[in-house]
Design a protein around this ligand. Structure first.
Ligand code: HEC
Ligand code: HEC
Ligand code: HEC
Ligand code: HEC
Ligand code: HEC
Length: 196
């Protein structure tokens, strides 16, 4: 039976996690900088980044930068649910039925689509299951003046400038708490808020 008292639950949690904890702690420092290779060389800089126009050898103006696609076009859920969610191939195909047909990786993308096979994207961020994190509560939190308290960038860095997404912060308990303790965040540091 799970005890109803919150302090008791926290003590039991401590006891249960204590053993595994030291191992997890040792491994957790590896997380910052994690930058797994993806099945498709998808570059956020090309899709979500700002355009950069140059003139090529033929004298044509070409965009070697990005297309300014908003994060929410592809990650549709961060204001609505726990997970920001990674887009399905159908979202890519909204444009790539017609756009960029000669690019090597667009051809590979269309092969997955034609086979009806989802792209096996490798998770970049992955908290342990005993931690509760919800994107929507973070994205919807506002100051008294109505300003958003956090932005994607505060946790994930400038993804729009990255070729390959890389973990920009420690994503361990100390990191969560450092932000939660800032008075302007008004966020709780109770164990049971994140361990429920
Ligand atoms: C055209 C669609 C698209 C746009 C626009 C886009 N993303 Fe992504 N994003 C993806 C795909 C596909 C992945 C999975 C592959 C990867 O990790 O690169 C991903 C992965 C991520 C991840 C890592 C997910 C994980 O596994 O932990 C983060 C963080 C992220 N995006 C943030 C952003 C932010 C912030 C923006 C806006 C600046 C943005 N994305 C714009 C498609 C998009
Ligand atoms: C809103 C339209 C749009 C969506 C949605 C979109 N793209 Fe693109 N994509 C573009 C444009 C525009 C280009 C640049 C084409 C050019 O330069 O001719 C491009 C280029 C690319 C390239 C080739 C350039 C490079 O980085 O090598 C790849 C690969 C690519 N997209 C993958 C994806 C994937 C994967 C998704 C879905 C997660 C996606 N795109 C969703 C518009 C889009
Ligand atoms: C307060 C910090 C924080 C902010 C702000 C934040 N994220 Fe995240 N994000 C995380 C954490 C923590 C995870 C890992 C969640 C997990 O493993 O359960 C994550 C995971 C993700 C993932 C991987 C899939 C998923 O949904 O879990 C994507 C994609 C992502 N974030 C995109 C975004 C985008 C886009 C924004 C802005 C709209 C954003 N995030 C804002 C902390 C944040
Ligand atoms: C950049 C600052 C920042 C970081 C980093 C951050 N948080 Fe938060 N967190 C907030 C803010 C702001 C709130 C909402 C405060 C309010 O109610 O206005 C919040 C609220 C919460 C809540 C309570 C609301 C809910 O969803 O039930 C939980 C749980 C939480 N955060 C978990 C985490 C975890 C776990 C991490 C680390 C993986 C984390 N946070 C990292 C700023 C942050
Ligand atoms: C703001 C969110 C947050 C709060 C509040 C929080 N934790 Fe954590 N906790 C985490 C995250 C995230 C991890 C995962 C760390 C990792 O994987 O590196 C974690 C991991 C742990 C672990 C596993 C061992 C370890 O050190 O990684 C224990 C035990 C733990 N927390 C106990 C507590 C106790 C006791 C409290 C109250 C004093 C507390 N936590 C408050 C987010 C939080």
């Amino acid at each position: 039976m799970i005890p109803r008292s919150k302090p008791l639950r926290a003590v039991i949690l401590l006891a249960v996690l204590g053993g595994a904890g030291s191992l997890i702690w040792a491994l957790s420092n590896v997380r910052q900088g994690y930058e797994p290779r993806q099945p498709i060389y998808f570059r956020h800089s090309r899709m979500a980044g700002a355009p950069k126009w140059t003139v090529n050898a033929q004298g044509d103006s070409v965009n070697v930068g990005g297309s300014n696609i908003p994060c929410l076009y592809c990650h549709t859920m961060p204001y609505k649910g726990r997970h920001a969610t990674v887009p399905s191939t159908a979202v890519c195909m909204n444009c790539h039925q017609t756009v960029g047909q000669n690019f090597e990786w667009v051809i590979k993308l269309k092969d997955y689509w034609a086979r009806g096979e989802p792209i096996p994207w490798v998770k970049v961020h992955d908290l342990p299951d005993f931690v509760y994190f919800d994107h929507s509560t973070h994205m919807n939190a506002v100051t008294q003046e109505g300003k958003a308290k956090v932005a994607c960038e505060d946790c994930h860095g400038k993804v729009q400038d990255m070729d390959v997404v890389k973990v920009q912060n420690a994503f361990n308990m100390g990191w969560c708490l450092t932000c939660h303790r800032k008075p302007e965040m008004g966020a709780s540091t109770d164990c049971v808020v994140c361990h429920r």
